[in-house]
Ligand binder design. Structure first.
Ligand SMILES: [Fe+2]
Length: 196
């Protein structure tokens, strides 16, 4: 499959101890989502997004002073539902960091805690020679406090990019248990192993 993409290959680093965050900050959010799903197992990503919006300001102890190299990002699992219904991750983005192009195997909610993250959407092109290519269709920019819900659609194809010269922090909630493989949420639409 050919790929048309304006972004660079990913340069991702594993979670490490250089980023200061307090897992307790995520307990209230995680428990609120668990309660929501207990009440209504069919809750929508928008319902979960509303809870993230309400709790985003409570998450305070995230430092962006870690030594994440330029164009790389660090990701940490910060909460896993005891019933495996969802996982919360915190991503620390260095300037220029970008994910591979991907879709999701389950619903997701993303909130920007600090900095600015852009989302690049793609469409599929079915070419005459039988190949499939991807073309960017639009770019939206999310500022602190923005929360976006993503459906469980592998063909909702996108990439995230810290297009700024400053670090950024985002909170991601995905509707599956990622304790064994935090990348299991992602379906890659590019030549690189998925690492977002
Ligand atoms: Fe994504």
């Amino acid at each position: 499959m050919g790929i048309h993409t304006p972004v660079q290959p990913p340069h991702q680093v594993s979670s490490n101890d250089q980023t200061a965050l307090d897992l307790a900050d995520f307990s209230d959010l995680g428990e609120a989502i668990s309660d929501q799903l207990d009440h209504d197992a069919q809750s929508s990503p928008d319902d979960v997004g509303a809870l993230l919006s309400a709790h985003l300001a409570e998450i305070k102890h995230i430092s962006t002073a870690s030594k994440v190299p330029n164009c790389a990002y660090e990701r940490r699992i910060v909460y896993i539902d005891t019933e495996g219904r969802f996982t919360i991750l915190c991503l620390i983005w260095a300037p220029g960091a970008c994910t591979p192009i991907h879709g999701h195997a389950a619903w997701g909610v993303v909130g920007v805690k600090s900095g600015s993250i852009s989302n690049i959407s793609y469409c599929k092109n079915h070419d005459d020679d039988g190949s499939t290519t991807l073309s960017p269709t639009c770019i939206t920019v999310a500022k602190p406090g923005t929360v976006v819900a993503v459906s469980a659609d592998p063909d909702c194809i996108h990439a995230l990019h810290n297009h700024t010269g400053d670090a950024a922090v985002s909170i991601h909630i995905y509707g599956m248990d990622l304790s064994q493989d935090q990348y299991a949420i992602n379906i890659v639409h590019g030549p690189e192993p998925y690492q977002h």
